[in-house]
Design a binder for this molecule. Sequence first.
Ligand code: ATP
Length: 390
Amino acid sequence: MHVVLLIYLVTHSVGRPGPPPSLDLKPSAFDPKEKYWTKFPTEGSKITPPHQSCEFRWKDYCPKVFRTLRMLFKVDPADYMLSICGDDALRELSSPGKSGSFFYLTHDDRYMIKTMKKAEVKVLLRMLNAYYNHVRAFENTLVTKYFGLHCVKLNGPAQKKVRFIIMGNLFCSEYMIHRRYDLKGSTFGRLTDKPESEIDATTTLKDLDLNFIFRLQKSWFQDFRRQVDRDCEFLEQERIMDYSLLVGLHFTEASNDGHTPSGAMTPFDNGCSETDSIPRLSRADVDQLLLDPAGWACIRLGINMPARVERTERKNDTEIQLVGEPTGEYYDVIMFFGIIDILQDYDITKKLEHAYKSIQYDPNSISAVDPRQYSRRFRDYVLKIFAEDA
Ligand code: ATP
């Protein structure tokens, strides 16, 4: 069925010919009722191909908005089709999150598909207009790029519905990502549950695993700080919480004083070696990248950013330290980062979770706090782990 769906996506949702959409959308385009169902009978119809699966229906939510978002994000419709519909199948990721969502990566690594709960779809539709205005106003926004929202309903006694979002993969790059961190600024449950021997480049580490400070060049750091403020303000206004800053590091070489980082949370042990096909960049390559205007063109806030990381150490064993002490040990890296998981609003469940957990734990340590507190804590934390490179 997968292929049929994708063919449909190509011919109907994406590639429909017509004039390029205007960036000024009518309010009706954002109406949550703006959705189109198409029936896919097994035997095919005038507009759908025959297929071997049971009959199903396919829904596009706010198609005009997503088509315009793709244009805004400079996604070429033909490339989009090829990424999602090429001959190679999507790759299922081993469930990286705890929400129970399934994640798939397109064969070219550009797009991620995440299955969603109905409540998350509702949140996205509710804030779609504000999201659109935000990403339109700030082209450097760190907030996840969304390209399409769909639902498939299988006919039959169960009438099962699968809702999913197509979004940008933050780590789509020619550089291998050696370390990845999902960071929220809270401490409760924010340590990987994997034993050290199993941690590798595919492990998503968390706040209490982090043993680096990220040092950006001055003007980038200023841009970063401004953009985090704007993005957090937007999320706070939309009553969103529980989002994360996802950070990926490509270590270009050993440290600048010739050492390689040591210890479990460093990229050069635990089986996290380079693959043969992806060369590690040397310091000279990075300098070249910075000098070459073509190299500059692919650097954006949070994408392909040359930076340095300074190793930190948690010294105090008796009390949980969110951020360790700097050690003066630096490594050259290429950084990737963005704000993900922005579809949790502070509804009754979170209020109950907060009330329940705060009886047992320090309320500031838990993830579920109200959106204003969440954004303040997130910003404070981010500005402790990111700094200007002196
Ligand atoms: P949780 O409930 O644990 O926060 P979740 O199931 O809601 O997780 P997300 O937080 O959206 O899922 O994502 C889980 C993981 O998937 C992230 O930590 C990250 O490793 C990966 N991931 C999610 N979105 C992206 C993206 N846009 N680009 C790259 N990786 C991503």
